[in-house]
Design a protein around this ligand. Structure first.
Ligand code: DGJ
Length: 556
């Protein structure tokens, strides 16, 4: 009896101990590493094990100092972002050779956690906007060891040479120390991605024409370059021989990408979180020839070279400052590929530009981030007075306020290929306020197709079938429609009207709404605040203000 009891006792103690061990492990288990996943050519950034949508903003270049941070956090709060992009400066990080200073990074990470934000850290090192301005002083003062490019005319160009071996080695060492520190200090995964360099390449000279660089240029094209370009390997062919007018540009791109590829590889080997490179991109519709644009970065004509030279760089990302609507949309199309997730790390965050956020989501974007969004610089309006917070951040905040509660759902729906979007392309010159629109032939700017249902979209603000006063001053209408389930749709947008219509085999059949709910996501589930009906649905689903609807149309 005594034996049996003590046996039971021992089993009980064993079970309790195992339970405690499991509990301790669960408490101390670090969240999984952020990473990218691909499925059927679509991409997701996985954070804490689930698809994550970056509702981002980037601060100004000189805002990543502890004294400036309060003015960054106030802006991030007003913007409703979930992710801040913020630089790490090589000159601050390595003030003396081999001495690394982590206190600024640690302060940023700690304060980001206090503000419930994720971070994307920007490694401002060898290249920042094509120059070497963030190299530490001890490097700048040794230009012989860490040289800039020599232009065709023999003059120095304000851009580091991608052939400078000592600079590459120093950058690899510093980046490795930085990534090692992240691995040790950020087990909570506050930092979800790292940008390696900033807008690398050169302005003013297509490549380095120094005697050392010329010697490399005069050598045969390496076989890796030929294979990246799908050119059959023939030995001893020179760059101009193989690439003609593109030779100088491709040479520079290959060497910048290889340089950054080596830095990325070193960092990834230490701490494998997603890495990307941002480009000051050429106009995709009207590129011209270099040096009309920066050469060396991830332009749309050199993806193959970048992917081959820098395989540890996960994303080639466009900084989009192009005002032309068609060109902007073309960039989104060019940078969303099965081998490249679309991520817009810099763009304009004001006025009608912000509707491109919806366009990016329509291309499966994993994230979006307007640039220069903090309170360290007072912006003035055309009257010379400082702009209000609403004027500075209103348009971006309007988007992020709408998407913040459902960012995880949108990221998942996008990964599953269920999302389509439409944006207003231009103001309609005939859209006079008050003009009634014929109900039979209602105006449609764009239709989205979901198999058995089409959604016809008209941009502007409407009451019943008439456009209302005042007409929008800018073409900022936008809508996202996701097919939640067969025949059930999630709609989010503003300044537009959506009319569902049976399509395909059901075209022309009578129909109605089974239910239209207005609400928002709360803790992962849609929560309806009210059911819309009557005037709110009989004339189309109007979005005079940002709103989220869950809509089920049905055939009668
Ligand atoms: C693009 C750069 O990447 C940013 O760091 C910043 O310089 C903006 N241009 C312009 O302010």
């Amino acid at each position: 009896m005594k034996n049996k009891n003590s046996m039971q006792h021992r089993i009980l103690i064993g079970l309790v101990a195992a339970g405690v061990a499991l509990w301790i492990h669960a408490q101390s288990a670090d969240p999984p590493l952020p990473h990218l996943e691909q499925n059927n050519g679509r991409h997701a950034l996985i954070v804490d094990g689930e698809p994550y949508l970056i509702l981002g903003a980037q601060c100004n270049n000189s805002s990543a100092w502890p004294a400036m941070l309060p003015k960054v956090w106030t802006a991030m709060e007003a913007l409703h972002v979930n992710t801040l992009e913020i630089p790490v400066y090589w000159e601050q990080f390595e003030p003396e050779p081999g001495q690394y200073d982590y206190h600024v990074i640690d302060t940023i990470i700690m304060q980001a956690r206090e503000h419930d934000l994720r971070l994307i850290l920007l490694w401002f090192a060898t290249w920042k906007n094509g120059s070497n301005h963030y190299m530490p002083q001890w490097m700048k003062l040794q230009p012989g060891k860490y040289p800039n490019i020599t232009g065709k005319n023999g003059r120095q160009v304000d851009s580091p040479s991608p052939h400078a071996r000592a600079a590459l080695e120093a950058d690899i060492r510093a980046f490795s120390a930085f990534m090692h520190h992240l691995r040790e200090a950020d087990t909570r995964r506050t930092v979800i991605m790292v940008q390696v360099q900033n807008e690398p390449g050169s302005w003013g000279s297509v490549r380095d024409y120094s005697p050392e660089a010329q010697k490399i240029f005069d050598s045969p094209v390496p076989s890796e370059v030929l294979s990246a370009k799908n050119i059959s390997p023939e030995s001893n062919r020179s760059w101009p021989d193989v690439f003609g007018r593109d030779a100088d540009e491709f040479f520079q791109v290959w060497h910048v990408a290889s340089y950054i590829g080596r830095i990325a590889a070193a960092g990834k080997a230490i701490y494998p979180i997603p890495l990307y490179v941002n480009g000051s991109i050429r106009d995709p519709l009207n590129p011209g020839w270099p040096p009309a644009y920066e050469v060396g970065g991830p332009n749309d004509n050199v993806f193959d070279l970048w992917k081959a030279a820098a395989p540890d760089v996960d994303i080639l990302a466009p900084d989009i400052y192009i005002a032309d609507t068609e060109a902007y949309l073309k960039v989104l199309e060019l940078y969303s590929r099965s081998d490249n997730p679309l991520f817009v790390p810099e763009t304009i965050g004001f006025g009608a530009f912000t509707r491109f956020f919806f366009a990016a989501l329509g291309h499966g974007a994993i994230g979006y981030a307007p640039f220069g969004m903090d309170d360290t610089r007072i912006r003035t309006g055309s009257d010379g007075h400082p702009l209000s917070s609403e004027a500075k951040y209103g348009a971006t905040a309007r988007n992020y306020r709408l998407f913040e509660p459902m960012a995880r759902q949108i990221a998942r729906l996008n990964f599953e290929g269920r999302i389509q979007t439409a944006i207003q392309l231009a103001l309609d010159p005939d859209a006079e306020p008050g003009n009634p629109v014929d109900q039979e032939n209602y105006v449609t700017d764009r239709s989205l197709h979901f198999g058995e249902w089409d959604a016809d979209i008209a941009f502007g603000t409407f009451y019943r079938m008439a456009r209302t006063q005042p007409p929008p001053e800018t073409p900022d209408g936008c809508i996202l429609i996701a097919e939640l389930d067969k025949g059930q749709y999630l709609l989010a947008g503003y300044h537009c009207r959506v009319m569902f219509r049976p399509a395909g085999p059901n075209e022309g059949r009578p129909w109605e709404y089974l239910i239209v709910e207005e609400g928002q996501y709360d803790d992962g589930s849609f929560r309806a605040d009210r059911i819309l009906n009557g005037d709110q649905t009989d004339w189309g689903l109007n979005f005079p203000e940002p709103a989220v609807l869950r809509v089920t149309p049905y055939l009668r």
